[in-house]
Design a protein around this ligand. Structure first.
Ligand SMILES: Cc1ncc(COP(=O)(O)O)c(C=O)c1O
Length: 448
């Protein structure tokens, strides 16, 4: 597979030309990668242009992912999420009706940011099975059908997150069948699932019927932080193809990183060559680690093949205690809270690191179970639109004094950036308890 961006930049570096253009480091290797960090010079194309070497590289990615169109993002899924919602709303909005998106409550903050910027309303799908934590929403095709049948007005599209941060994968095929029944497009936050395309049988949302999805290439593929994709299915509404780049650029910097673009470019070559085999070889190592942890007595969660989520309370530890123990043993995890620890593996995880993990975990003795379950979020009470609340005058107040007030800015804990309270929602005691549990001490409330 060709690597047009890398080839161009390498040739430029070797040419030794005087760099009378941005950036200011002029290619001097102060940190190390500066020679390769260029800008839109002649021949380098532009991320938001439909031709040139970037567009050529994106075509390679589109071939690899089997999409109708793939766009690069140098600002992660956060940018792709805003772009895909704007593409859907632009194409599908109806005259004299506020756009509505039917979504899962565990949507990432970028989804709420999109609602603020694009000004759509959100109706949340209530799963029949209660969600045991903020990051999860066990949404089934039946839940989506129920929500669509009972919707107060027809949404423009359905939006779900799969895999979620904890490694749970939804039945995207089943959900997309329901969406098709109702003639609605399905948009998927697949930030954690780029690699699912390269399993021996793909579990990537586009192959399972999604119309658009975002992938954070950087989360699970060998790509620099910030590299991502926006995929549009070949079967998607033709209006989604009208001006996706123009729409994406609305939310993005005009100086996209060429280092990240080169990383996405070289990743195409890796995906078309060794990656599927490396993945195939890594899967049994993750499976083995999960089996060993279960045999030690640890409860596990999630069916994502490359993620290990431990629920250690029944073994006598909080997730944060396990993370601290792993840290003492020179292992840094992705995420922990009172209930869980999330470990992300990839085909590039050295084999010895699986042994280090299992050894460190084997040092822990079972203790009396830790009591306490994650708080379930109350059903939201909406008082204003998301955008109206976000752009209202607001004041920062201690969460303890916010009962009954209207949330102005999305309240999230730093990781995993899943909103606890959304702009425009009334702050109930349940929401305030949940804020406390995730260590959020202050909140911006709409000025009375
Ligand atoms: C479920 C989910 N969606 C979207 C994002 C945003 O992705 P990015 O960091 O690539 O912008 C994240 C980030 O952690 C996430 O966990």
């Amino acid at each position: 597979m060709t690597t047009p961006i890398c080839d161009f930049v390498t040739e430029y570096v070797l040419s030794g030309k005087a760099r009378m253009h941005m950036p200011g480091h002029k290619g001097q290797a102060l940190h190390g990668l500066e020679p390769f960090d260029i800008t839109e010079i002649e021949g380098a194309g532009y991320l938001y242009s439909d031709d040139g070497i970037v567009a050529e590289s994106e075509k390679n990615a589109s071939l690899l992912f089997g999409t109708g169109r793939t766009l690069y993002s140098t600002e992660g899924s956060s940018l792709s999420i805003k772009a895909m919602l704007a593409i859907a709303v632009t194409a599908l909005k109806k005259d004299n009706e506020r756009p509505l998106v039917l979504a899962s409550r565990n949507s990432h903050k970028a989804f709420v940011d999109a609602a603020c910027l694009i000004d759509f309303d959100v109706s949340f799908i209530s799963p029949a099975a209660p969600s045991p934590s903020l990051c999860q929403a066990f949404i089934t095709p039946q839940d989506v059908r129920h929500a669509l049948k009972n919707a107060e007005r027809t949404p423009l599209c359905v939006y779900v997150t799969s895999p979620d941060y904890m490694g749970n994968i939804l039945d995207i095929k089943g959900i997309s069948d329901v969406c098709r029944e109702f003639k609605l497009p399905l948009l998927v936050d697949n930030a954690h699932g780029a690699y699912l395309k390269f399993l021996s049988v793909s579990r990537h949302p586009i192959d399972l019927g999604a119309d658009m999805c975002c992938d954070s290439a950087h989360k699970t593929l060998p790509v620099y932080t910030g590299g991502g994709y926006l995929h549009i299915s070949a079967n998607a509404d033709s209006r989604f193809f009208e001006d996706p780049k123009g729409i994406m650029s609305l939310f993005a910097s005009t100086s996209p990183s060429y280092l990240i673009m080169q990383s996405l470019d070289v990743c195409n070559r890796v995906l078309s060559s060794e990656f599927p085999t490396l993945l195939e070889n890594a899967l049994p190592m993750v499976r083995h680690a999960k089996d060993e942890l279960a045999a030690m007595g640890f409860e596990l969660m999630g069916d994502e093949p490359m993620k290990i989520t431990i629920l250690p309370q029944s073994f006598g530890y909080t997730g944060d205690e396990i993370a601290a123990h792993l840290r003492e043993n020179d292992i840094e995890c992705e995420y922990s809270d009172a209930f869980s620890v999330v470990l992300m593996l990839s085909p590039y995880t050295p084999e010895k690191d699986y042994g280090r993990l299992l050894f460190a975990m084997s040092l822990l003795c079972r203790r009396k179970p830790v009591e306490g379950l994650p708080l379930l979020l109350d059903a939201p009470v909406r008082k204003m639109s998301i955008r109206e609340a976000f752009f209202s005058r607001s004041e920062e107040i201690p969460a303890g004094q916010a009962l009954g007030r209207i949330c102005a800015k999305t309240a999230v804990s730093c990781q995993p950036s899943i909103p606890i309270a959304l702009p425009g929602e009334q702050l109930t005691s349940g929401l305030l308890d949940a804020l406390g549990e995730y260590g959020v001490e202050t909140i911006r409330a709409v000025k009375a």
